[in-house]
Design a protein around this ligand. Structure first.
Ligand code: NAP
Length: 290
């Protein structure tokens, strides 16, 4: 078994970005700029935002964290997003999810300009990505593709099973792996909570690559996979003892895998790296750079 090390891959991608940015800045351009919106106090969100801001600094970007109280109204948030959309000094904006219950996340996502939507959640970007057009691709799914590419894992013509159909992970990765993309052209089965247990087992047991994003610790067990499988564990679950684990029973399942992502240090790091790639693309679009 070998580790698909998200830390190593992310650091390499961010180093590439940083050298490109240094070139742009040396030629007289300003630095790329990311704005992060954080609403309320939610410990995991604080930690995700912190790692995004830290990665901006490693990539040579400027970043700005806008904090709003839990009680902020949807309208106040939408007004601020409209201001950011109109501000030429900001290349990309993300709104850290989840939002408080009184705010509809889809209203917020739809309010972000598709040109600054570095999370790739806006319907315009999601639609373009689905059609195989140039788009900001949803960051976690894009990060998984970059990780597979970095470790030269063959994807074309492989049988992939995706477990979970969320709009931010399961759905986009199933589309990206099946599209005629550089990392794609796989035959993909998307499973979800209504997938009968026996059908799920039949699919996972013959899968070459499994991507799991359900948010249930130890969901994928040893009996569900074949020898040599490539296992991508998206889950980030905080146990009562404070330990962070994925959706895979790592100790038992890893013995059968050819490759597996660790948690932490796998897909989470790649999500942040993909955000940096998307921000650089937004910046390059702004300045008509190749
Ligand atoms: P989500 O929105 O809660 O979606 C979970 C999905 O799993 C749903 O589609 C659900 O099906 C499906 N599901 C639940 N039980 C299932 C079962 N028994 N069999 C098959 N499918 C089942 O989750 P998410 O936002 O995608 O996140 C999933 C996990 O990934 C969480 O632990 C989250 O923290 C983590 N995450 C990590 C990153 C990262 O950067 N590493 C990024 C995002 C999320 P239904 O649609 O039918 O309900």
């Amino acid at each position: 078994m070998k580790l698909l090390d998200g830390k190593v891959c992310a650091e390499s991608l961010v180093a590439d970005i940083s050298s490109k940015v240094a070139g742009y800045v040396n030629s007289g351009l300003r630095k790329p700029h990311m704005t992060v919106i954080l609403v309320g106090e939610h410990a995991p969100s604080e930690s995700y935002v912190k790692s995004k801001i830290k990665s901006c600094s490693s990539a040579g970007f400027e970043s700005e964290l806008l904090r709003f109280p839990e009680a902020v109204t949807e309208q106040e948030l939408l007004s601020r997003i409209a201001m950011i959309n109109a501000d030429p000094a900001t290349d990309g904006v993300i709104v850290q999810l989840p939002l408080p219950k009184h705010i509809n996340p889809q209203h917020v996502i739809n309010a972000i300009s598709p040109d600054k939507d570095i999370d790739g959640f806006h319907p315009t970007n999601f639609g373009r990505m689905t059609l195989g057009q140039k788009a900001f691709r949803p960051a976690t799914a894009y990060g998984i593709c970059k990780l597979l590419q970095f470790y030269e894992i063959p994807v074309k013509a492989k049988h992939c099973v995706v477990i979970g159909r969320s709009n931010i992970v399961g759905k986009p990765i199933s589309i990206m792996l099946s599209n005629d993309f550089e990392i794609g052209n796989a035959t993909v089965t998307l499973t979800h909570i209504e997938t009968p247990r026996q059908l799920l087992l039949d699919e996972t047991r013959r899968a070459d690559i499994i991507v799991v994003a359900v948010g249930i610790p130890g969901f994928v067990t040893e009996d569900m996979v074949k020898d040599g499988v490539v296992m991508i564990d998206v889950g980030i679950n905080r146990l009562e003892n404070g330990k962070i684990v994925g959706d895979v029973d790592f100790e038992a399942v890893s013995r059968k895998c050819s490759w597996i992502t660790p948690v932490p240090g796998g897909v989470g790091r790649m999500t942040v790296a993909a955000l940096m790639i998307n921000t650089l693309m937004a910046y390059q679009n702004n300045f008509n750079l190749a």
